[in-house]
Design a protein around this ligand. Structure first.
Ligand SMILES: C[S@@+](CC[C@H](N)C(=O)[O-])C[C@H]1O[C@@H](n2cnc3c(N)ncnc32)[C@H](O)[C@@H]1O
Length: 274
């Protein structure tokens, strides 16, 4: 194994541990709308073959299966599939769950009619590899649809605040915010046979207060759970928490009556040329 491969594997192991921590299923409930938007935007049809990449607990897979498609839900973190299977069963749909890295999809070329991801592929570190894989497994005339947190939206700014508190990523890793910028995504697909369309959507986060929202994420959202664990030991968690609450308060539209904040996401549709 080369040094870079060891380094990449170490980062993937850390990512898997991060996403398996907390309780992502609780967070997924706050963002179901993104998966539904992705499926609707793609126009998933009954009887079609759908791949959901970085599917988590199935926010895109489950509505795609409900539309009558044959769905394979893949993710780096198979620990999340237990909750996903439970949700699918409750929703009365059947789909396949498979551990897989978005940078190295275990499928033959042109296998799927629809390749989807809801707030998912943007977390894989090597963006060019992911773009190539998404196009490779999509059939000519098929459609790739990705919903990604916008780089300049609430969650994009959340990451900007977190940045200085976290260890710098390795050189080969690009930040998730890139996939939330149309200019970056256009470059990623520039050499691929796809026609791109971009749209922006807004999801509303609602909670009792800005602090309650930040604390919910710190309890359940893997990346913030890990950040709190590390920073608390170094006496730095309160400073990050205060900054995140300040950002959340700035965007709060509910005044003193609670918390309601718009969070923008970019929906990318890439149609593979025939
Ligand atoms: C914010 S969650 C989104 C999950 C789900 N799509 C949703 O809408 O709720 C991000 C997901 O990306 C997955 N992920 C991170 N890196 C990945 C990679 N390299 N390959 C596949 N999945 C990855 C995580 O395990 C996690 O499930």
């Amino acid at each position: 194994m080369s040094a870079i491969t060891d380094e990449v594997q170490a980062l993937k192991d850390a990512h898997r541990k991060t996403w398996a921590s907390g309780d992502y299923a609780r967070v997924a409930e706050l963002v179901t709308e993104v998966g539904e938007t992705v499926v609707k935007r793609a126009g998933v049809r009954a009887g079609s073959d759908v791949l959901d990449v970085a599917a988590g607990t199935g926010n895109a897979s489950i509505p795609a299966a409900r539309a009558g498609a044959r769905v394979i839900a893949t993710d780096l973190t198979p620990e999340l599939f237990t909750a996903g299977r439970r949700r699918a069963q409750r929703g009365g749909v059947e789909l396949e769950w498979l551990a897989a890295d978005a940078e190295d999809l275990p499928f033959e070329d042109e296998r799927f009619d629809f390749v989807l991801s809801s707030l998912g592929v943007q977390f894989a570190p090597r963006h060019e590899l992911v773009a190539s894989e998404l196009v490779r497994v999509c059939r000519p005339g098929g459609v790739i649809v990705l919903g990604n947190w916008a780089a300049d939206g609430y969650i994009g700014r959340f990451w900007t605040v977190m940045g200085p508190y976290m260890p710098p990523p390795p050189d080969f890793a690009s930040p998730p915010a890139g996939w939330g910028s149309a200019a970056h995504v256009a470059l990623l697909f520039a050499e691929h046979p796809v026609e791109l369309t971009f749209e922006r959507y807004t999801l509303e986060f609602v909670a009792e207060s800005p602090a309650a929202f930040v604390d919910t994420l710190a309890d359940f959202y893997g990346p913030l759970v890990q950040a709190r664990n590390k920073l608390a030991a170094a006496g730095r968690w309160e400073a990050l928490r205060d900054e995140l609450i300040a950002l959340s308060s700035e965007l709060n539209q509910a005044g003193d009556n609670g918390f309601q904040a718009p969070s923008e996401y970019l929906v990318i549709l890439a149609r593979r040329r025939k």
